[in-house]
Design a protein around this ligand. Structure first.
Ligand code: SF4
Ligand code: SF4
Length: 335
């Protein structure tokens, strides 16, 4: 296994880490075996989140007896100090540990999120305190929104940044890499397969690893997937021109007709959280998480069928998505 230094955290992490989303759907015994197999193969960076269902609990169970062999990263969607403190304590309990190596403010989506997090009484204040207390070793940030993430990175508060990066979306995030590298931040790549769309794991992972990033964390639900990903990343040669062409063709075939969660379409006058609806649809379609996606959708206070078809969102979407139609289809699946 190759290892790289995770920016200013100084942690030496495997070039392929373990993305914890799919653990939610893996039975506990299998999850424990899978995570242990990852450790045996040299994977030492494990990423999960409070919002990934039972993922933290399963990861905690698997890692509790091998805590000193790994780095655990988790994250929270809470934006205020009081709410994120509760989340952190829950994560520590779930993960069966008294410290988290990397705690990330998760999925900054809207400018309001960002200003709440960074303001007095915001989530950042809480995680800085938790770092002083030793509950957190390092602080990171994640987002699918290119402009906000560059803003967050530039503050200098965060030691790592987690972004989606793949052949379809890399242009969106091309400004993030030089800024983050210039500040010596660790760069963690999620969604190397663009949410499960790419079937050729080898080319997709090698594409990501050919960029100046630290670790790529594909979601893994089986030992086969794990072993395949590790094998690719251990011997990750640069893509040949012909392979890059094949990957681009695959990207063209898949098209670009899906939500990147940039949030430009918001606010919706009806209050529909458009990117979140599409996010749950993606989980439903690509991560074998139908039940979880429906459950999360159930919690959304305003469902997609509240759309009055005003069209305001479509005029702001840089990908020219037919949001109104897509919302109808997502609602049918998720209700
Ligand atoms: S078309 Fe529907 S989803 Fe889009 S802004 Fe109008 S009400 Fe909201
Ligand atoms: S629907 Fe379009 S504008 Fe809205 S989050 Fe998705 S990609 Fe961005």
């Amino acid at each position: 296994m190759d290892y790289r230094i995770l920016g200013k955290t100084g942690l030496k992490v495997s070039v392929v880490g373990f993305g914890g989303i799919p653990l939610n759907n893996v039975p506990m015994n299998d999850a424990v075996k899978l995570v242990n197999r990852a450790l045996d193969l040299g994977v030492n960076f494990f990423d999960t989140a409070r919002c990934y269902g039972q993922s933290e609990e399963k990861m905690g169970e698997a890692l509790k007896s091998r805590r000193n062999e790994c780095y655990i990263a988790t994250k929270s969607l809470e934006r205020t100090k009081k709410d994120i403190i509760k989340e952190l304590d829950t994560s520590l309990r779930n993960l069966k540990t008294d410290y988290i190596d990397l705690y990330q403010i998760h999925d900054l989506r809207k400018p309001e999120d960002y200003s709440t997090v960074m303001s007095p009484g915001g989530a950042l204040e809480a995680v800085l305190d938790a770092k002083k207390e030793g509950k957190i070793k390092h602080i990171g940030v994640s987002s699918h929104q290119p402009t906000l993430i560059v803003q967050a990175v530039r503050t200098g508060y965060f030691e790592t940044v987690q972004i989606p990066y793949n052949i379809i979306d890399f242009e969106l995030f091309q400004d993030v890499l030089p800024v983050a590298n210039g500040l010596n931040m660790g760069i963690i790549i999620m969604k190397p397969f663009s949410g499960g769309l790419f079937k050729d794991a080898s080319k997709a992972l090698r594409f990501v690893l050919s960029h100046p990033i630290t670790t790529v964390i594909p979601g893994m639900a089986s030992v086969n997937e794990l072993e395949e990903n590790v094998k690719v990343c251990e011997n990750a040669s640069v893509l040949t021109e012909a392979e890059l062409e094949q990957l681009k063709k695959e990207a063209d075939r898949l098209g670009k007709d899906f939500c990147r969660r940039c949030g430009y379409c918001l606010p919706c006058p009806q209050g529909i959280d458009i990117p979140t609806v599409f996010r749950y649809e993606r989980y439903f379609d690509s991560y074998y998480q139908e039940a979880w996606a429906r459950e999360q959708y159930e919690w959304l206070p305003i469902k997609a069928d509240e759309c009055i078809e005003c069209g305001k969102c479509e005029s702001k979407c840089p990908y020219e998505l037919h949001i109104k139609e897509k919302l109808k289809s997502a609602h049918k699946k998720l209700i």
